[in-house]
Design a binder for this molecule. Structure first.
Ligand SMILES: NC(=O)c1ccc[n+]([C@@H]2O[C@H](COP(=O)([O-])OP(=O)(O)OC[C@H]3O[C@@H](n4cnc5c(N)ncnc54)[C@H](OP(=O)(O)O)[C@@H]3O)[C@@H](O)[C@H]2O)c1
Length: 303
């Protein structure tokens, strides 16, 4: 496993996303956490809205009954999406959301808090005040954003007293917007359009940790692209590499994401313990440059 430093936290470059655990039993979630720790994963990603709070709650029940786990794990959660209504990054909402997450998770402190999506109506001074209170009250150690543009990092950073250290965004072989524009620059193709404000370059310059969500799923599709006929060409390439390296196709995707020099953290979302180890095997695979491009070009031709 590879690790990244976020402030004083040593954080694994593979994270377990907890978006889908809200309907699992406490014992199932306990086994999932143990499987992640066995694989070297110590970063667990939550949000206040996952399963309407049930994902944090069942995770918190496990922590209450196994307090020895707390010092072994880094807990990240998010706030700012109000399901079915809007985005809300008001001071009042941020503070309330964190208090609710702390209660559900049964912890005194959240290690990393991300603002889930940017709220065009946010007052940046209210965000500053909320973060100052959370930091002063030892309720949150470190802060970051999710699905945010470099300009939004700059805007918030112009008033915040704390650094923004993470940006969690969608990235996978089926969703490559983060790197397309840099390759197709100045060519008449939609791939040359920036949808992310050149986030990777910005994050590398500012030492912001990028976290890739939905690594084996296109967010608009319902299921994974692994073994999915709509992604037959991608599966052909992954099959070949999975045979060469004797790991699963999911592991090849993990290897593909970690190859980028931005040292992107992959946030996997499986709720099946045995799949965690299989995906984690990808952290030991070093793809050649040609192999990396063979995955990138499954649905496009290089200029
Ligand atoms: N910041 C954001 O806006 C945002 C948005 C979405 C997600 N996220 C975060 O990213 C995490 C990961 O997202 P995701 O759940 O979409 O990730 P994913 O790892 O791309 O997909 C996981 C899903 O694929 C299924 N799956 C099917 N075949 C699999 C295989 N061979 N190996 C592994 N899994 C397989 C899993 O089922 P089983 O559970 O049955 O194994 C699970 O339902 C979430 O938990 C959340 O923490 C963040």
């Amino acid at each position: 496993m590879e690790y990244t430093q976020i402030g004083e936290l040593t954080v694994s470059n593979l994270a377990l996303g907890c978006m889908r655990i809200g309907n699992k039993s406490e014992e199932e979630v306990y086994q999932l956490i143990l499987a992640a720790l066995d694989a070297g994963i110590n970063l667990f990603d939550h949000a206040d809205i996952y399963y309407g709070g049930k994902s944090e709650k069942v995770f918190g029940q496990v922590l209450a009954n196994h307090p020895e786990l707390r010092e072994k794990i880094v807990i990240q959660t998010k706030c700012g999406i109000v399901p079915g209504v809007c985005f809300d990054l008001s001071k009042e909402h941020i503070l309330k959301s964190v208090d609710d997450s702390l209660k559900r998770l049964n912890v005194d402190c959240i290690d990393i808090l991300l603002l889930h999506r940017m709220d065009p109506l946010m007052d940046i001074n209210e965000v500053k005040e909320a973060f100052d209170e959370l930091k002063a009250g030892n309720k949150v150690k470190y802060f970051g954003l999710s699905n945010a543009l470099p300009s939004q990092f700059e805007l918030l950073s112009s008033v915040l007293n704390v650094p923004l250290m993470v940006n969690q965004v969608e990235f996978s072989p089926a969703h490559t917007n983060l790197i397309d524009q840099g390759i197709f620059m100045n060519i008449k193709t939609p791939l040359a359009t920036s949808t992310d404000g050149n986030l990777i370059d910005y994050a590398m310059m500012k030492k912001i940790s990028i976290q890739a969500w939905s690594p084996i799923r296109e967010s608009l599709a319902h299921d994974t692209f692994l073994d999915n006929q709509d992604y037959a060409k991608l599966n052909e390439v992954l099959d070949e590499l999975s045979q060469k390296y004797q790991v699963s196709k999911g592991a090849i995707v993990v290897a593909w994401i970690k190859t980028h020099p931005a040292k992107i953290t992959t946030v996997i979302g499986t709720t099946t313990p045995v799949r965690i180890a299989k995906m984690a095997a990808g952290m030991a695979v070093n793809l050649t440059r040609q192999e990396w491009y063979s995955i990138y070009t499954w649905d496009k031709k290089l200029p």
